[in-house]
Design a protein around this ligand. Structure first.
Ligand SMILES: Nc1nc2c(c(=O)[nH]1)N[C@H]1C(S)=C(S)[C@@H](COP(=O)(O)O)O[C@H]1N2
Ligand SMILES: [Mo]
Length: 315
């Protein structure tokens, strides 16, 4: 992972950090001076350093992406509050650099890697994916990332590796929501190895061609478009290859409502509501609910992963 060959992609193009920080400082200053509201306010367009990437059209949806504002002001990120508007405000001061990811467990290659090392090793692609939350809303998001499978292959998982476990940073000083026992901290998620190797599963590092904003899971998050949003864990610091199925946060919190798989499925209701329809965020004045698609519209690509499984039992 640390070695890079002459054909490897060049590291992502980074805008001089001073420019970026200066802008953030100006904004923070404006908020402090009472010139801008401190809540419910967002920058109007894509911000942050640009990322060098290509577009992966075949694996992208042709639907129109949601606006930067929709995507960055309506988030679930309990480390920064339980309301949708909280993360944009409470994650503003979070520093996502420097960052390391520890890879452990059933693999020949293990260790601790800097985010720069990881970025140098992978070409970045834009993938426009739907994100469908279990709460019945959805968005279309132009992610920048790289295939999780490419990342995994470099570590040469052993034959005992049946699952991949992901863990979010645990640092209540930097993540104020972790001071309250609303969930079991740190947030944790898992995928079966074949799910993790599927080409649609990516590790996300950007949005709208820019580095991920903090509320969207900077600097590294999972994006699994055929599953409910809770699988797409943010601010990942640990990745472990395991023999046993990992614990996952929402299953630990409410096992009757959230299982391990959490595939988007219009035919399997949440115990407290139907999953048959969803509301697209930002779809305008007469924002009717629309039918939810099996596996969030990715059935042709992923249904084979679950052949023979009772999806009402493995929800
Ligand atoms: N660490 C962490 N990751 C998380 C969450 C969280 O609370 N903490 N919320 C999940 C849920 S429920 C959803 S719907 C998505 C939302 O991702 P978005 O903010 O990019 O839309 O993040 C997921 N990842
Ligand atoms: Mo969610």
């Amino acid at each position: 992972m640390r070695k890079t060959g002459k054909n490897d992609p060049r590291p992502s193009e980074i805008t001089p950090e001073a420019v970026y920080l200066n802008r953030r400082t100006l904004i923070a200053g404006a908020v402090a001076a009472g010139l801008l509201p401190s809540t419910g306010w967002a920058e109007s367009g894509p911000t942050g350093p640009q990322l060098r990437h290509t577009r992966n059209a075949p694996l992208s949806t042709t639907e129109t992406p949601n606006s930067w504002e929709d995507i960055t002001t309506y988030n679930n990120y309990f480390e920064f509050g339980t309301e949708k508007a909280d993360p944009a405000v409470n994650a503003r001061a979070f520093r996502a650099q420097p960052w390391t990811v520890t890879v452990s467990g059933e693999a020949e290659v293990r260790g601790r890697f800097t985010l720069e090392d990881i970025l140098k090793a992978h070409a970045l692609e834009e993938r426009i994916y739907r994100l469908r939350c279990v709460e019945r809303w959805s968005m279309v998001i132009p992610w920048i990332g790289f295939p999780l499978g490419d990342f995994i292959r470099r570590f040469k998982p052993t034959s005992r590796a049946r699952f991949v476990e992901f863990t979010t940073l645990h640092d209540p000083k930097r993540m104020p929501g972790q001071r309250y026992p609303v969930l079991e901290w740190p947030y944790r998620e898992g995928l079966r190895m074949d799910e993790a190797m599927h080409p649609l599963a990516i590790l996300g590092v950007g949005l709208y061609g820019r580095v991920l904003p903090n509320q969207s899971g900077a600097p590294l998050r999972l994006v699994v478009p055929w599953k409910y949003g809770m699988k797409s864990i943010k601010a990942i610091v640990k990745i472990a290859f395991t023999e046993k199925q990992p614990r996952n946060t929402w299953n630990v919190a409410i096992p009757d409502e959230y299982g391990f798989y959490m595939n988007v499925n219009p035919n399997v209701d949440h115990p407290r509501w139907s999953q048959a329809r969803e509301r697209r965020i930002g779809a305008g004045l007469f924002n009717e609910m629309q039918p939810t698609l099996m596996f969030n519209g990715y059935a042709d690509q992923v249904a084979s992963l679950y052949r023979g499984m009772d999806l009402a039992k493995y929800y």
